[in-house]
Design a protein around this ligand. Structure first.
Ligand code: FES
Length: 101
């Protein structure tokens, strides 16, 4: 999988999220207490912007209708057959990189 630079680390401080476009996809990048997570940024339910959702204990709640996803896996918290997608994130220097298919 190619790694794509999506942001500078300083642009996503702990407790924040950022929507980015990379590799033709919309991604939501979260900094959960210093751990970076990346999921597809469009909620599978009806297209809500997951980067704008509230995060509690590593779970993001979609701002449109409240579906919740585990940011470590992208899995929907009620129906594990539904996934928001999940991408490996790493930091090299000041660069945040995401592996994309
Ligand atoms: S669009 Fe996300 S819960 Fe409906």
């Amino acid at each position: 999988m190619p790694a794509v630079r999506v942001a500078a680390l300083s642009e996503i401080p702990p407790g924040t999220a950022r929507e980015v476009v990379a590799g033709g996809r919309i991604l939501a990048i979260f900094n959960v207490a210093g751990t970076l997570r990346a999921v597809d940024g469009i909620c599978p339910h009806a297209g809500g912007p997951l980067a704008e959702g509230q995060v509690t204990d590593g779970i993001v709640t979609c701002p449109w209708h409240g579906w919740q996803y585990d940011l470590a896996t992208g899995t929907n918290c009620v129906n594990p057959a539904i996934s928001a997608g999940c991408h490996t994130v790493r930091v090299e220097g000041e660069d945040v990189l995401v592996d994309l298919p």
